[in-house]
Design a binder for this molecule. Structure first.
Ligand SMILES: Cc1ncc(COP(=O)(O)O)c(C=O)c1O
Length: 385
């Protein structure tokens, strides 16, 4: 695992951190190490510490080094999916009897993992409005609280939480603050620098960026926590494969330019939607009307490509919009270069139905891609007509 001295600029780190030309051949792009095992020079004589690819693989190591550099952490760990990363994290830091306090609008899959999979193993949870710091303080007070789980901006309500303020509340009661940074990406927001203990990613989204790889990541600042997570990454085994790691590494190089374009397109569309008579509300942190616009402006360097809208015509109008767009493809997931549209209540967040995290049925989520914005606006115009 190599990490040459790189510049401080984000884009420079994205292109170079951990990614020296291959010493054997000079290949400028890190090789894809499709191997499960490694020749030993005598029993225990490992070359570069590699023995088996669940424990370590050079391509995955390169990605992990780059992720740590981008999030300004000390250690990055790459997993088979975002949920695999979350599961490994929660089963590393929680024990039966422990509690997780999570935002009342966390991603449905995160809520399902905590409430359905981990609860039978004795982990309890409490949803809370993360904007209400008094409520968070009360929720974390019991000594059994191990984790505050914050997703900001959140999926799909685009709520924004004050990471530094939450870190203070969590740490005052000895609790870890976990931030799911999937929507912002490290280009727009670096939670570890604001006091968070762990950053979670679905690298399936902006980090992968091309809708062709499912993956997840954890990044931490604390070495000891990094060691414990690395132990569990190997012991539990939900690692990112070498090709998936290589794809994410390839995509990291353009993360900055993609996020700039995603943000510009989404900002333009958010303003346009605000004026549309069929639209009751636009949820986008870049709008001055957003209830946490000031916090978003302070802790993010741009507002990203995700936005949601609520239709005056209710669920029927929301479903119709999802079916009528042509450039915005009706599909789950987000963060790719192509624009997607979906109905969270029935699709990505169906697992939250009937829970406190249920998503309104009149809400449509857009993952705004990097196409020409005039074409995207024309598509929305015809679909809303
Ligand atoms: C905010 C957020 N976190 C975590 C996940 C889970 O990631 P994955 O689908 O890669 O398991 C998702 C997936 O949509 C997500 O949107």
């Amino acid at each position: 695992m190599s990490s040459r001295e790189v510049g401080q600029g984000f884009n420079t780190r994205a292109i170079h951190a951990g990614q020296e030309p291959d010493p054997a051949t000079g290949a400028v792009i890190p090789p894809l190490h499709l191997t499960t095992t490694y020749k030993q020079d005598g029993v225990g004589g490992l070359r570069g510490g590699y023995e088996y690819s669940r424990s370590a693989n050079p391509t995955r190591d390169t990605l992990q080094t780059a992720l740590a550099a981008l999030e300004q952490g000390s250690r990055g760990l790459a997993f088979a999916s975002g949920l695999a990363a979350e599961d490994t994290l929660l089963r590393t830091v929680c024990r039966p009897g422990d509690r997780v306090v999570l935002g009342g609008d966390a991603y449905g899959g995160t809520y399902r993992l905590i409430s359905r999979v981990l609860e039978p193993w004795g982990i309890t949870h409490q949803p809370v409005d993360l904007n209400d710091l008094g409520a968070v303080r009360t929720a974390v007070a019991p000594a059994s609280t191990r984790v505050v789980w914050c997703e900001t901006p959140s999926n799909p309500l685009l709520n924004v939480s004050d990471i530094a303020a939450l870190a203070e509340v969590a740490h005052a009661s000895g609790t870890l603050l976990v931030v799911d940074n999937t929507f912002a990406s490290p280009y727009l927001q670096r939670p570890l620098t604001l006091g968070a203990d762990v950053v979670v990613h679905s690298t399936t989204k902006y980090l992968g960026g091309h809708s062709d790889v499912v993956g997840g990541a954890l990044v931490v600042a604390d070495d000891e926590l990094g060691e414990r997570l690395a132990y569990h990454q190997n012991a539990m085994g939900a690692v990112a494969g070498p090709f998936d790691s290589w794809l994410v590494l390839r995509s990291l190089k353009t993360l900055g330019v993609r996020m700039d374009r995603h943000s510009a397109n989404a900002g333009r569309i958010a303003e346009w939607l605000l004026e549309h008579p069929a639209v009751g509300a636009v949820l986008y942190p870049g709008l001055p009307e957003h209830r946490n616009h000031d916090v978003a402006a302070a802790q993010m360097s741009g507002f990203g490509g995700m936005l949601s809208l609520r239709l005056r015509g209710g669920e029927e109008a929301a479903l119709r919009l999802c079916e009528k767009t042509t450039l915005f493809t009706l599909a789950e997931s987000l963060g790719g270069v192509e624009s997607l549209i979906e109905h969270p209540h029935r699709m990505t967040h169906a697992s939250a139905a009937g829970s406190p995290l249920e998503v309104p049925a009149d809400l449509v989520r857009l993952s705004v891609g990097i196409e020409d914005v005039e074409d995207l606006l024309a598509d929305l115009e015809q679909a809303l007509a």
